[in-house]
Design a binder for this molecule. Structure first.
Ligand code: AMP
Ligand code: MG
Length: 405
C-alpha cells in the first residue's frame, strides 16, 4: 500500500500555486507574499530620540545649560540646537541639528529654565540613527515571506497598503451518505447530522481556503455523479464518505465516470486508509481541480485533511515548504501499535521545561467525535515501529498554536 509520505509527495507534484491577486494589507494576513518588496525610504527617516530627555552636545557636559526649546514627537526635523544650550526632547522627536547625544530625563536636574548634567555622557547615546532600522532601497521582504503582524507592520510603515498574494483556493465540500441530514434539521429514525461538513469547512478556512458547502448526496451513483458534475467552479473538491468497500460506496466509481484521473485511493495510514486522490480537467479552465475523497468517519476525515489536504492547500497558496511543519513532542505514556501503517493519534499537549509533552486522548476510534475535542496535535507514529516508550520523542502535527495545560 502507498506510504503516507509518498502519497503526500504525489499530491504535491500535481499542485501548482494559484494565480496572484493584489490584496489590501489586512486581507493579506496569514498569506504568502508573491513578489519582493523594496524599501521606499529610510526608517527612521531622520535621527530621533530613543528616550524622553535632553538633546545636547556631549563635549559640553558636565554643565548647567539653559533649556532653549522643547521638541515633541512630530516636531519639525529642522530644529537647531544653539551651542551652550540644551533642548528638552521626547521619544521619537527628530534630534535637532548640532545635538549629538540625548541624556535621559531621569538623570537630569532641571527647573524649567536650566538643566544640570552631572556627568559627561557617551557620545551618540540614545539616538536612533536615520536608516538604522530600514535603509532606503534595501529589500524589505523577500518573495515567499509569510505575512504575519510583524511583516504587515513593516509594509505599513513604508506606506505599502496592498501586496500581491495567491488567490485563495475555493474548496467545495460534498458529503455523501443516505443517513445524513444538514445541521439545522432534526434527525429522524436512523439519520445523523453531517458534522463532517462543518469540520471540513472549518479546516479549509483555517488553512486559508474558501470553503463552500455543496450539501449532501444520497448513496447512489447517479446522484453522486450529478453533484460532482455540477461542481466545476472550484479549485479543490472534497467529498466525505463513500470511498470504502461498502455496498453503497460510489464515490470512486463516480470520480472515474466524470473523468477524474485517479492517482491513488488507499494509503497506509490509520485512521483513514481509504482515501481517493485525483485531478480533474474541466473544459474551459486552465487549472486542474484537485479532488480528494475523504473517508466518512469523522476522525478519519479530520486526520486525512491534516495529512494530505492541508499540504495541498499550502502549496496552492504559495508556501515554499508545502509539507505541514512538525514539532517534536515527548510521550507521557507507552504506546503500542500494529506494523505497516503510519498512525496518527489525537493527543493533548502540555508545556514542560523540556518542551511539549503529549498525552493521547481516550477513545481513538475513527468514529469518535470526543477524541477530536481538545485535540492539540496528531502524533505521527512511524509505520514500521510497534512500540513507543514513555519519555521518547516523536513528531507531531500541531493543530493549534497554543495549548492549555
Ligand atoms: P463511509 O465512509 O461513508 O462508509 O462512512 C463511515 C462512517 O462515517 C459512517 O458511520 C457514517 O455514518 C459516518 N459519516 C459519513 N459521512 C459523515 C458526515 N458527513 N458527518 C458525520 N459522519 C459521517
Ligand atoms: Mg457512507
Amino acid at each position: 500500500m502507498l506510504k503516507a509520505d509518498e502519497a503526500i509527495g504525489r499530491i504535491l507534484d500535481l499542485v501548482t500555486p494559484m494565480e496572484d491577486e493584489v490584496a489590501p494589507l489586512l486581507t493579506a494576513q496569514g498569506r504568502v507574499l508573491r513578489a519582493q518588496q523594496d524599501a521606499r525610504f529610510a526608517l527612521p527617516p531622520w535621527d530621533n530620540s530613543a528616550m524622553d530627555g535632553f538633546a545636547v552636545r556631549a563635549s559640553e557636559l558636565p554643565a548647567t545649560l539653559p533649556i532653549s526649546g522643547v521638541l515633541a514627537a512630530g516636531a519639525s526635523p529642522n530644529a537647531e540646537l544653539a551651542s551652550g544650550t540644551c533642548m528638552k526632547i521626547m521619544t521619537g522627536a527628530p534630534v535637532p541639528a548640532g545635538a549629538d547625544t540625548v541624556v535621559m530625563r531621569e538623570t537630569v536636574v532641571e527647573d524649567g529654565k536650566v538643566a544640570t548634567f552631572a556627568e559627561a555622557p557617551t557620545l551618540g547615546r540614545h539616538i536612533r540613527q536615520a536608516g538604522e532600522d530600514v535603509s532606503a532601497n534595501s529589500v524589505l521582504l523577500p518573495s515567499g515571506s509569510l505575512l504575519g503582524p510583524g511583516e504587515l507592520a513593516i509594509l505599513a510603515a513604508q506606506g505599502i497598503s496592498e501586496v500581491p498574494v495567491c488567490k485563495k483556493p475555493r474548496v467545495a465540500i460534498l458529503s455523501t451518505g443516505d443517513e445524513l441530514v444538514p445541521l439545522g434539521t432534526t434527525p429522524k429514525d436512523s439519520q445523523i447530522i453531517s458534522s463532517n461538513s462543518i469540520t471540513l469547512a472549518a479546516q479549509v478556512r483555517e488553512a486559508g481556503g474558501i470553503p463552500v458547502d455543496a450539501g449532501i448526496v444520497p448513496d447512489t451513483l447517479v446522484a453522486t455523479v450529478r453533484a460532482l458534475r455540477s461542481l466545476t467552479d472550484y479549485d479543490m473538491l472534497l467529498t466525505s464518505g463513500g470511498v470504502s468497500v461498502g455496498d453503497f460506496d460510489y464515490v470512486k466509481e463516480a470520480y472515474e465516470s466524470i473523468g477524474v484521473s485517479m492517482d491513488f485511493w488507499k494509503v497506509a495510514i490509520k485512521p483513514g486508509k481509504p482515501l481517493a486522490f485525483g485531478t480533474r480537467r474541466i473544459p474551459g479552465k486552465t487549472r486542474q481541480q484537485m479532488v480528494f475523497g475523504l473517508p466518512g468517519n469523522p476522525a478519519s476525515s479530520l486526520v486525512s485533511f491534516e495529512v494530505f489536504v492541508r499540504p495541498a492547500l499550502r502549496k496552492l497558496q504559495g508556501f515554499s515548504s508545502a509539507r505541514s511543519p512538525r514539532i517534536s513532542v515527548t510521550l507521557s505514556e507507552d504506546i503500542e501499535k500494529g506494523k505497516g501503517r503510519t498512525n496518527y493519534l489525537r493527543a493533548k499537549l502540555r508545556d514542560s521545561e523540556t518542551g511539549p509533552v503529549a498525552t493521547t486522548l481516550r477513545k481513538q476510534g475513527s468514529g469518535m467525535l470526543r477524541s477530536m475535542v481538545s485535540v492539540d496535535c496528531l502524533l505521527e507514529l512511524d509505520a514500521d515501529t510497534t512500540h513507543f516508550a514513555a519519555g521518547s520523542q516523536v513528531a507531531a502535527l500541531p493543530l493549534r498554536n497554543v495549548w492549555q495545560s
